[in-house]
Design a protein around this ligand. Sequence first.
Ligand SMILES: Nc1nc2c(ncn2[C@@H]2O[C@H](COP(=O)(O)OP(=O)(O)OP(=O)(O)O)[C@@H](O)[C@H]2O)c(=O)[nH]1
Ligand SMILES: [Mg+2]
Length: 358
Amino acid sequence: MIISLFGYHQSGKTCLFEILSQRKIEGHQLTSGQRHEIPRAVCQVPDPRLDLLSSLYPERKKVQVHLEIEDFPGLASGDIPTSQYLAQLRKAEALVHVVRGFRDPTIIHPRGKINPVDDIRCLTEELILSDLVMVNGRLEKLEKDLRKIKDPEAQKEKELLEKLRPLLEQGSPIREYHLTASEEKMLRGFCFLSLKPILHVINLDEQDLASLPNPELLLPGLAPEIPVLAFCGRIEKELLELEEEERQIFMGSYGLSETTPGRFFRKLYEIMELINFYTIGKDEVRAWAVKKNTPAVKAAGEIHTDIEKGFIRAEVIPLVELVKHGSWQKAREAGLLRLEGKDYQVQDGDVIYFRFAQ
Ligand SMILES: Nc1nc2c(ncn2[C@@H]2O[C@H](COP(=O)(O)OP(=O)(O)OP(=O)(O)O)[C@@H](O)[C@H]2O)c(=O)[nH]1
Ligand SMILES: [Mg+2]
C-alpha cells in the first residue's frame, strides 16, 4: 500500500516523511528540482495491541504492519501539476496533503499567503479538475466508438461517466458519489484522484501547539467532514534526534503525550477504512492490515495465496480475550476459539489461525 505525501512547496512534506519513517533525509535530497525519483520509505505502524500480544510470546519476532510512503516534490503554484506528476500520484492508495500552517516569513509560500483552508480548497479543486479532464477525454472516445459499434459494456461505462461529470463540474469529488461494487470495478482503471481517501495534515507553528488535538479550530469555514490532522514539524524533528529518555522530558515540556506517527496512522486507518488482524506464527507474532468487511478467505490471501486457495476454517479470538487468558492454548482449553468460515467478516483486533489444505 502506497501513501503519497504531496502539497505546495515547502509545506513540510519531507519533514513529515522523516518523522513517519524515523529516517533522516540528507540535505541535498530536499531540493525538489534535483530529484529524479520520488523518495519512498517503509513505515512501521505503531501498534500497542501487537505489543501486548507480543509480550505473551517474547521469543518470537514482532512484525508490525508496514506501509510505504512517498515524498512528492512541492507544487509551485495553483497551476495544474504536470501529467507525469499526476500519473505518479494516481498510483497511491491514499493521499496525504501536507498543508503549510507555520508562519516563518523567511520561507515564502508559493501562493503568497499562509491560508491552510484556501490551500485545501485549491488543491482539492486541482484533483477534481484533473479527474474531469480524464472523464471528458474518455467520454469523447466512448461516444466516437459507440457510433461505430454497439457495445453494452462501453454503453454502461458511458452512462456512469455521464453521471459523474456534472458532479465534478460542480466541484465535488467522486468520493461523494455512492458507487456500487460493479461501478467501482468499472472505474478502477482510471485511478481517479478525487476518489482516493485524502487526509490534510497541517504543519503548525510552535505557537499554535495547543491546537494540536483540534486543528479544525484554526481552520474556519472548512467543511467538518474533511479529515484533518495537525503536527508541528519543527518540534517533532527535534524529537527525532533525541534518545528515548530525553524525548520523554522534551515532550513533557511541550505537553505532548504522543508523537505524530501514532496519531497519523490511526487517522489514516480511519479514512482508508482499514483494520488490523493478528497471527501467531512459529517464529513471529504479526499484524496485518485489511479493509473493513474483508471476508476471512481474502484475509488469508494477504498472508499467502496458498492459504486462500486451500482455506478450510479460521480459528478466531479477539486479541483482548486472548491476552486475558495468557496464551492460545489456554484460550482453546477454555473453549474460546470460534470456528469461522470463508465469508466471516474479519473484525478489528481478531487473532486468527487459518486452517488450510495444501
Ligand atoms: N518555522 C518552521 N519551519 C518549518 C517547519 N516545518 C518545516 N519547516 C521548514 O520549512 C522548510 C521546508 O520544509 P520541508 O520539510 O523540506 O518542506 P517540503 O514540503 O518537503 O519542501 P519541498 O519538497 O521543497 O516542496 C525547511 O526549511 C524546514 O526547516 C515548522 O514547523 N516551522
Ligand atoms: Mg520536500
